[in-house]
Design a binder for this molecule. Structure first.
Ligand code: UD1
Length: 419
């Protein structure tokens, strides 16, 4: 196991290039199951989660060729339709294979994702929608065994806008007979990025990016020959917060204003200067960080995937801030670790009250999930009194590409070591 060692106190300066979005890459790779031929996806990040989905699909018979951010994928032959427990338990997004497998083969056998550190995270809305499309499903030894003769279009209302749920059903619906209407859909940019890829494959989709997506099933599809992933808005946001918390100046190459409007608004209220430039976003941290309240929401609201990082920022802001988490019920596990660094935080239900302190103190801490890890690293970048040790950073490698190298290039004193 590896750990990250950080000595805080340096303002970060320079340019950082944002990788392709993990949450756009996973559905895009899954979508290659929809039809044979060589697909080509650009700007693919090097991440553990990408390795995981590739491992599952390789077992199914899919062939991958990789070079310099370009991933070529051939799914001419699918000899298996099983996503095994050992891999699915490390990445819940494996559920994204269900829709495309049913569209292509009419069969899928996917290990049912369990809960995770940040909440129960059910997949009932995915299953309910597929059932409305004619899929028969039963649970067998922890696996979702799904079968359908012909997928049929349906009018589906999601009780909660679900990101992977919208993507999964969109992928199933492109080959269904007739029209599918998805209401109360997720509007995240990753959903639109997938819709764009599916259209390049010949799918007929309208309304992505709004809460009603309409899909007309088509007879056949062709491979996606030149699909480019959007830049990772969560990585961009993490560097924006890094610049703010260290009083630095960072040009975020690939940072997109339209994907980060809610985060930009909150950081500006905290005192950060943000300029839109041709290459991306230029972010200058303030002398004194002001407290701001946030509430996580589906897009275009403040993303839950940046809540932990924003909380680290509020730990060293002037005044008190209320942070409300409305997307996942248990997403405050980073709080007890931040408290080990001297943070003053109290939790009441889904609300955290953060009383800003003059500074944080270096300490050994443990990462508990992907975004919580990033929050502890940000805290370490400003902690005083020695070295902050962040353990269990395998969580970080699931979703951030070469994070410590990027921070080193910006002048941070951070290194990775064997624990
Ligand atoms: C995706 C992102 C994740 C992000 C999350 C919310 C990917 C691979 N992951 O996760 O990084 O944190 O969106 O922006 O894109 N829910 C149900 N039943 C379901 C599905 C969801 O109750 O069948 C609930 C969830 O428990 C949660 C809410 O709906 O409370 C939103 O979850 P959802 O959008 O589905 O998250 P994911 O797609 O898993």
């Amino acid at each position: 196991m590896e750990k990250m060692l950080i000595e805080g106190g340096r303002p970060l300066k320079g340019t950082v290039k944002v990788a392709g979005a993990k949450n756009a890459a996973l559905p895009a790779i899954a979508a290659c199951l929809l039809t044979g031929g060589w697909h080509c996806i650009n700007h693919v990040p090097k991440l553990k989660d990408i390795q995981t989905i590739k491992s599952i699909m390789t077992k199914m018979g899919v062939v991958f060729q990789e070079g310099d951010g370009v991933l070529k994928i051939n799914s001419d032959e699918i000899k298996e339709y099983v996503a095994p427990y050992d891999l699915v338990r490390t990445m819940r997004a494996s559920i994204l294979l269900l829709g495309p497998l049913l569209a292509r083969l009419g069969r899928a056998n996917i290990s049912m994702p369990g809960g995770c550190a940040i909440g129960a995270r059910p997949v009932d809305l995915h299953l309910k929608a597929l059932s409305a499309m004619g899929v028969e499903m039963f649970l067998d030894k922890g696996y979702i065994n799904a079968k359908v003769e012909h997928l049929k279009g349906a009018d589906i209302f999601f009780d909660i806008p679900t990101v992977t749920g919208t993507e999964n059903i969109m992928m199933a619906a492109v080959r269904a007979k007739g029209q599918t209407v998805l209401r109360n859909s997720a509007k995240e940019p990753e959903v639109s990025n997938l819709a764009q890829m599916l259209r390049s494959m010949g799918a007929c989709i309208e309304g992505d990016g709004t809460d009603t997506v309409v899909i007309e099933g088509v007879q056949g599809l062709r491979p996606a020959q030149d699909h480019t992933l959007i830049p990772d808005r969560i990585e961009s946001g993490t560097f924006m917060i890094a610049s703010t918390i260290t009083g630095g100046e960072i040009l975020i190459d690939g940072g997109r204003h339209d994907h980060l409007a809610s985060v930009i608004e909150k950081l500006q209220s905290a005192g950060t200067q943000i300029e839109k430039r041709e290459q991306g976003l230029f972010v200058r941290g303030p002398e004194a960080i002001q407290s701001v309240d946030i509430e996580t929401m589906p897009f275009p609201g403040f993303p839950t995937d940046l809540q932990a990082q924003f909380m680290a920022l509020m730990c060293v802001a002037k005044g008190s801030s209320v942070i409300r988490e409305t997307v996942f019920e248990n997403r405050f596990i980073h709080v007890s670790e931040l408290k080990r660094m001297g943070a003053d935080i109290t939790i009441h239900g889904n609300q955290a009250m953060v009383r800003g302190k003059d500074h944080l103190l270096a300490a050994p801490v443990m990462a508990t999930d992907l975004r919580a890890s990033a929050s502890l690293i940000l805290a370490g970048l400003v902690a005083r009194g020695g070295t902050t040790e962040v353990r269990r950073i395998y969580h970080l490698d699931r979703g951030y590409e070469a994070l410590e190298k990027k921070f080193q290039n910006l002048g941070a004193n951070i290194r990775r070591e064997k624990a």
